[in-house]
Design a binder for this molecule. Structure first.
Ligand SMILES: Cc1cc2nc3c(=O)[nH]c(=O)nc-3n(C[C@H](O)[C@H](O)[C@H](O)COP(=O)(O)O)c2cc1C
Length: 519
C-alpha cells in the first residue's frame, strides 16, 4: 500500500505492518531461504576513522557498589542536578558497549561486548553530544570500543541541535550529555538480511538496559528519546543515512541552564571511514521502513510525543498465581558493574528448576518502567509478556500471561510444553531446555495508529530494553539467560485465543546454565 498523498509517511502505518509481515520467520521461510553467510565478505565489527587519533578513556572501572537488581528497577528523579565527568562517561560507555570478553574462533577473534547482540555483530555505534564536562571538552565524539577511546568529530557545544531536533524535549534541553545510538544496516544484514531492522530495536535496547542501569548507579537522571527529526541528527553526526542511521537518544544528567546556540553551521565533515566489507548488499525494505518511520520537522516530533495507547489486558479469566518477588532487604546485592561483566548468553541450559521467588524477582525488577518519550504516563508499556514455564518450583508447567499491575501470572493452559517451546524458538535446544521462556507480544495495529510507523521502532526498542533488563535480573541472581528468535505466527497461535491479534516481538529464555551445579 502506498502513502496517502496528503499524509506524511509516518502516519501511514501500513508500511510497518508490511515490513513486519514480510520479515516473519516460518517453518517454510527458514527452509526455503537460500541465504548463507559469506565469510570472505564478513563486515568489520567496528567503525574506524583512520585519520582521527582517539582520546583514550580512563580504563579503571569505578565500582558504584549499587546492587544490579536496584539499578535496573529504579531511576534518578528527572530534576536532580548531576553531570557526568570523564570517568563516569567511560563507565557508561564501557558497561554498555565496551569489549568485555575476547574469544578465538576459526575465522579470527570475536570481541564480545557488554550487552547481548544478535549474532555478536554489534551494529550499534555510540556518539556523544555534550557541553563542557569535567575533563571532557564540549563536542561531538564517536566512541571507539576497540581502542576504548573517543574520536572528536566536532569541537564545541552542539546540544542545541539535538534540542531543536527533538522539538524541545525537556530532558534533552537540560542534559549535559546526550548519547546518540546509531545502527549500521550492513553489519547485521550480512547475516540476518531484511530482518535486521527489527534487530536495531533489540540490540539497541539491550545496550540501553545496561546504560540506564549504570546511569542510575552513578546518580544520573536518564531518559530515552525516540522522537527526533532524523535528518538533523544524522547530519550532526555526519553519518551516511543509506548505511547508518540514528535510532535513539539518551539524555543523561540535568543542569538548569539551557544549551547555547550551536557554534557553527552543520557542515559535512568529509571524514574517511574504513569500509566494512569488500561489498555490501542492500536490503531496500529496511530503508523503506526507516524512511516511512522518519519524522521531518520539530512540529511533527512534538505532535508525536504524546500519550501511549493503553494496551491493558482484560482482567484475568483463568487461575492466578501471585508472584513472590524479593524485597529490597532480601535481594542479592551483586553490584551492577560485576553483573554486567559476568553476563554472557547462556549456550546450554540445565533442565533444573529455578524458584518462584527468582522468577518473580526477575519479572518485578525488569518491568518497573522505563523513562522514555514514547512511554507516557510513566510506567506505560507497549509489550505484553507471555511465558512458557517448564521448571519453576511452585508453579505448574504451562503457558501464562503476566499481569504487571497485579504482580500475578494467569495460567492459560497447563502442561509440558518443552517440545513446543523448542519449536517456537526456531527449533533450537535453548528454549526447550530453559526453565522458562518469556515471549513479548504487542498489538501492531493500535500502536502504529497512535505513533505511526515510528511506533514500530519504539515497540522493538522497548522489547530490547526490557529483554536486557531480564538478562541482568537473571545474572544478578546467578542464573543464565539468552535472547532468541522465533517463528512469528506460531508464537501468536500458541498463546491464542488470548494473544489473537498480537504480534510476536521478542523472546528471552531463562534458567540455570548447564555449567551451573544446583545445590
Ligand atoms: C535479541 C537477541 C536474539 C538472540 N537470538 C539468538 C538465537 O536465536 N540463538 C542463539 O543461540 N543466540 C541468540 N542470541 C544470543 C547472541 O548470539 C549473543 O548475545 C551474542 O553472541 C553475544 O554474546 P553474549 O550475549 O554472550 O555477549 C540472541 C541475542 C539477542 C540479544
Amino acid at each position: 500500500m502506498t502513502a496517502h498523498p496528503n499524509m506524511p509517511d509516518n502516519r501511514n502505518p501500513e508500511v510497518a505492518w508490511t515490513y513486519h509481515n514480510v520479515t516473519k520467520h516460518s517453518y517454510t521461510s527458514i527452509r526455503t531461504n537460500p541465504h548463507f553467510m559469506d565469510w570472505s565478505n564478513q563486515p568489520l565489527p567496528f567503525k574506524i576513522y583512520p585519520t582521527l587519533e582517539p582520546l583514550r578513556l580512563p580504563a579503571e572501572v569505578r565500582q558504584t557498589g549499587v546492587a544490579a537488581l536496584s539499578a535496573i528497577a529504579e531511576s534518578v528523579p528527572t530534576h536532580t542536578n548531576a553531570s557526568p565527568d570523564l570517568e563516569a562517561v567511560a563507565q557508561l560507555l564501557y558497561l554498555s558497549a565496551g569489549i568485555t570478553r575476547k574469544r578465538n574462533h576459526s575465522g579470527g577473534e570475536i570481541y564480545f561486548r557488554a550487552a547481548a547482540c544478535t549474532g555478536a555483530l554489534y551494529e550499534v555505534e555510540l556518539y556523544l553530544v555534550c557541553g563542557n564536562l569535567a575533563n571532557l571538552d564540549a563536542g561531538v565524539y564517536h566512541f571507539a570500543p576497540a581502542e576504548f577511546g573517543l574520536r572528536k568529530l566536532r569541537a564545541g557545544d552542539y546540544r542545541r541541535v539535538l534540542l531543536e531536533a527533538t522539538g524541545g524535549e525537556p530532558a534533552i534541553a537540560h542534559a549535559p550529555l546526550t548519547i546518540v545510538c546509531t545502527c549500521t544496516y550492513w553489519r547485521n544484514a550480512w547475516k540476518y538480511q531484511a530482518r535486521t531492522y527489527r534487530h536495531f530495536g533489540w540490540d539497541n535496547g539491550t545496550l540501553l538496559a545496561n546504560l540506564l542501569a549504570v546511569a542510575t548507579a552513578l546518580g544520573l537522571p536518564a531518559r530515552v528519546v525516540c522522537g527526533f527529526v532524523d535528518a538533523n541528527v544524522n547530519r550532526l553526526l555526519d553519518v551516511d543515512p543509506q548505511r547508518e542511521v540514528a535510532f535513539s537518544l539518551v539524555a543523561l544528567g540535568h543542569a538548569d541552564a539551557l544549551p547555547p546556540p550551536a557554534p557553527a553551521e552543520i557542515s559535512p565533515l568529509g571524514l574517511e571511514t574504513v569500509p566494512l566489507s569488500q561489498r555490501e548488499v542492500d536490503y531496500p525494505l529496511m530503508r523503506e521502513i526507516h524512511a516511512a518511520s522518519s519524522l521531518d520537522s520539530a512540529a511533527e516530533v512534538e505532535a508525536w510525543r504524546c500519550h501511549t495507547p493503553k494496551t491493558d489486558f482484560p482482567p484475568p479469566a483463568g487461575a492466578i498465581v501471585q508472584l513472590q518477588p524479593l524485597s529490597d532487604a532480601e535481594i542479592p546485592r551483586d553490584p551492577i558493574e560485576q553483573v554486567i561483566q559476568r553476563r554472557g548468553s547462556t549456550r546450554k541450559f540445565a533442565r533444573s528448576p529455578i524458584t518462584l521467588p527468582q522468577l518473580s524477582t526477575i519479572l518485578d525488577r525488569a518491568t518497573r518502567g522505563v523513562s522514555a518519550d514514547f512511554l507516557d504516563p510513566p510506567g506505560a508499556q507497549l509489550n505484553d509478556l507471555y511465558l512458557i514455564v517448564h521448571a519453576v518450583e511452585g508453579l505448574p508447567a504451562g503457558a501464562y500471561i503476566f499481569h504487571r499491575g497485579r504482580g500475578a501470572l494467569e495460567c492459560l493452559k497447563q502442561g509440558n510444553f518443552r517440545a513446543d517451546a523448542g519449536y517456537l524458538g526456531l527449533e533450537q535446544e535453548l528454549p526447550a531446555d530453559a526453565a522458562v521462556d518469556i515471549f513479548f507480544l504487542a498489538d501492531l495495529r493500535t500502536i502504529p495508529q497512535r505513533f505511526g510507523n515510528r511506533g514500530y521502532r519504539a515497540v522493538q526498542l522497548e522489547a530490547g530494553i526490557l529483554g536486557g533488563k531480564l538478562y541482568l535480573a537473571a545474572y544478578a541472581q546467578r542464573l543464565g539467560a539468552t535472547g532468541l528468535t522465533f517463528f512469528d505466527d506460531d508464537v501468536t497461535r500458541f498463546f491464542s485465543p488470548h494473544a489473537e491479534g498480537q504480534s510476536a516481538i521478542f523472546l528471552v529464555a531463562l534458567g540455570h546454565s548447564a555449567k551451573h551445579k544446583p545445590k
